[in-house]
Design a protein around this ligand. Structure first.
Ligand code: ZN
Length: 274
């Protein structure tokens, strides 16, 4: 792969050396990539403001013989998604979306369906209800990566579960009956379970338009966060950022967007089931 040219979304960036930037991209044709953007922090950089979080563009770059990191040569903006960076709630939910993609996809494992979902979710986040877009994204993303949560039968004994005494076991990726519920497994209230079943069965458009109380939506999203964290092998950072922001009643430094850079994350990626 001496040269690549592909549609891509900026997942994360980090300063590198004095003038460069390390950029994590999710690309349509090559999956997740990490590349060095030389001189990207110089005033008259050829990248301009193209390498901002969420930016969707066309990436052109090279593989460097003997070097693990790719070199990013050019990034032409298709859509900057600036609005998502200017609104705290959209920023937080967008960060939650890109963190899931960054943590649960492997480097150089192309999955065009995931790329399409990512751009679709970011577009919906520009005008839609941020929490709902994130929840719709999480359900679809779990489907695409082979981790669709099981919500009708017990993950332990396989019997159909009702709504009483139900738990969710992130380790098994599904609900459990009262008898099989492992110690520490989060309980799932009947209304959250009902909402998740309804949303899981619905189309993307119907998910975004469904009437779900905010408290139920938040609890459902928290449950899926726990599942995503189990799959990623460690807690996600952005939900904590959102919780702190809401508790503080205002913005704080969005450290989760750039900290915790972990290039070994792909090593923890769970195998995809066919
Ligand atoms: Zn059971």
């Amino acid at each position: 792969m001496p040269l690549f040219r592909t549609a891509a979304v900026v997942l994360r960036t980090r300063d590198l050396g004095e003038h460069d930037r390390l950029v994590s991209l999710y690309t349509r044709d090559l999956g997740r990539l990490t590349a060095v953007a030389r001189s990207a922090r110089r005033v008259r950089s050829r990248f301009g403001g193209a390498l901002e979080l969420f930016t969707w563009g066309d990436a052109v770059g090279f593989e460097r013989p003997g070097r693990e990191l790719l070199r990013l040569d050019q990034f032409d903006i298709h859509r900057s998604f600036r609005r998502l960076r200017e609104d705290l709630e959209r920023l937080g939910q967008g960060a939650r979306i890109v963190e899931a993609v960054a943590r649960l996809t492997a480097e150089r494992d192309p999955q065009p369906g995931c790329f399409h979902l990512l751009t679709r979710a970011l577009r919906a986040l520009e005008t839609g209800h941020p929490g709902r877009v994130q929840l719709a994204f999480a359900l679809r993303f779990l489907d695409l990566t082979g981790h669709r949560p099981r919500l009708d039968r017990c993950a332990g004994c396989g019997r159909p579960v009702g709504t009483a005494g139900v738990g969710f076991d992130p380790g098994q990726g599904g609900v459990t009956c009262a008898g099989c519920r492992p110690a520490g497994a989060a309980p799932v209230s009947p209304r959250v379970l009902g909402a998740l079943r309804g949303l899981q069965a619905a189309s993307w458009e119907a998910r975004l338009a469904a009437r779900v109380p905010a408290a139920v939506e938040e609890e459902a999203a928290g449950l899926l966060d726990g599942y995503l964290a189990a799959l990623a092998g460690g807690a996600l950072r952005t939900p904590r950022f959102l919780a702190r922001t809401v508790a503080a009643g205002g913005p704080e430094a969005p450290a989760p967007l750039t900290d915790g850079w972990d290039r070994s994350a792909s090593a923890r990626c769970p195998p995809r089931t066919p």
